[in-house]
Design a protein around this ligand. Structure first.
Ligand code: IPE
Ligand code: IPE
Ligand code: MG
Length: 247
């Protein structure tokens, strides 16, 4: 077999996605389709996270933000909510060593006050532990809602103005962005939603204002590294103009 030359390899010439955000949807349907409880789908979904996290650095992705639980998801049955919360705790405990060894920095966005104190402690501890890591920035959105985040940031900004820490004329876009949960993160370049739904469900409305979107019918527990690689290839073929005109 002839050896592959560099010129045989299709190098995408377009943009590279530095920050990918994923709405991991379809766990419930994946399980229901098989006659299994929804929580089985959530467990399988957590296993997918492992594979995707591992794949990101080799695909050139340095920031990965995943939507795990929305401010609207409290509407689900007590059984499902409790099951999800304990899954998050177990995921953090089980993955802590591996994520540290892989060079992954783990962060969380979303309102923490409503979460169990034990889960809050686990979250804070792993954030501190993985803070020196730089290979991949993994951010998990738990009890996250874009409107809730913006409302909390607006309250902070108003408080700073009232206390004289921020001049009213400086209370603009940059000041608000600096008070969001994502203050020290770049905006996502690409938002992916699995399961065929074509909506954003309150995910990163401010940060994704100029993101590219990809919707795939694949249910999250079936989403693989190859699916991600194919989406990134398509992304590289897009022309991002940010309101400018074609050169
Ligand atoms: C996404 O899967 C995970 C969470 C929202 C926690 P779903 O649980 O929404 O799965 P479907 O949409 O019901 O199939
Ligand atoms: C969005 O999925 C939230 C997460 C993936 C965590 P949902 O399943 O909650 O969204 P809707 O209800 O279909 O909009
Ligand atoms: Mg869903």
């Amino acid at each position: 077999m002839a050896r592959k030359k560099a010129s045989d390899v299709a190098v995408p010439s377009g943009p590279q996605a530095n920050h990918v955000a994923i709405i991991m949807d379809g766990n419930g349907r994946w399980a229901t389709n098989r006659g299994w409880p929804r929580l089985v789908g959530h467990r399988r979904g957590a296993e997918r996270v492992r594979e995707i996290v591992q794949a990101c650095p080799s695909l050139g992705v340095r920031w990965l933000t995943i939507y795990a639980f929305s401010t609207e998801n409290w509407k689900r049955s007590t059984e499902e909510v409790i099951g999800l919360m304990s899954l998050f705790g177990r995921y953090i405990e089980k993955e802590a060593d591996k994520l540290s060894a892989q060079g992954v920095r783990l962060r969380f966005i979303g309102g923490r006050a409503r979460l169990e104190p034990r889960l809050q402690d686990l979250m804070a501890a792993i954030e501190v532990r993985t803070a020196p890591n730089t290979l991949l920035n993994l951010t998990v959105a738990i009890n996250y809602g874009g409107r809730d985040e913006l409302a909390r940031a607006a309250v902070r900004m108003a408080g700073d103005v009232a206390a004289g820490r921020l001049a009213l004329e400086d209370a603009g876009e940059a000041a608000l962005a600096a008070r969001l949960d994502t203050a020290d993160m770049p905006d996502p370049d690409l938002v992916i939603r699995t399961s065929g739904e074509m909506r954003t469900s309150n995910f990163l409305p401010w940060q994704a204002a100029y993101a590219e979107y990809e919707f795939t019918p694949t249910l999250w527990p079936d989403f693989t590294r190859d699916n991600l690689a194919a989406i990134l290839d398509r992304f590289a073929g897009r022309e991002r103009r940010f309101g400018g005109a074609k050169a």
